[in-house]
Design a protein around this ligand. Structure first.
Ligand SMILES: [Zn+2]
Length: 159
């Protein structure tokens, strides 16, 4: 169980709409000055249009812009396809730190998200490990399938 006293809520700096909370946050990407979220609130609207970046940190990546439902301002992005070094961030919500306020439930205080360190959970590593596990399992399934196929064709040829 999460300790709710230590929870914080991410709010849009412009209109105070709640966009996420610390339970959905799994880290931050310093190079993009963004908070990584597995989950965001329904007030984060994902733009249907796929954008492409040709330079900067997001060079050769495609992404969808995230909008705040309250003020319609762009608040972050969700990466679609990326070069290898950003692959762990695909399909996660990246909220721009400088556009968020962080409301601490325990103290009832509001601070700029840019002043908070969200690097408490190394999501990058976890997801990479998860992916490796999955790939290993898939490989085993494939081997099994091949074995069964071989067994089947063998028994057919006997008959
Ligand atoms: Zn807003």
């Amino acid at each position: 169980m999460a300790d709710y006293r230590n929870c914080s809520v991410l709010q849009c700096m412009t209109c105070n709409t709640v966009l996420g909370d610390s339970l959905g946050i799994c880290g931050e990407v310093q190079s993009l000055q963004s908070i990584i979220c597995l989950k965001v609130t329904e007030d984060v609207k994902v733009d249907k249009k796929l954008e492409m970046s040709l330079n900067g940190q997001l060079a050769f990546s495609t992404y969808q812009v995230l909008h705040c439902a309250g003020c319609h301002g762009a608040v972050g992005l969700a990466l679609h396809s990326t070069p290898e070094h950003l692959s762990a961030l695909r399909n996660l919500f990246l909220l721009r730190k400088e556009l968020m306020n962080c409301y601490m439930l325990r103290s009832g205080t509001c601070v700029k998200a840019s002043k908070v360190n969200f690097k408490h959970r190394p999501v990058d590593k976890n997801i990479k490990e998860l992916k490796q596990d999955l790939e290993a399992q898939l490989k085993q399934v494939k081997i099994l399938e091949e074995m069964m196929e071989k067994l089947y064709t063998d028994s057919v040829s006997v008959v």
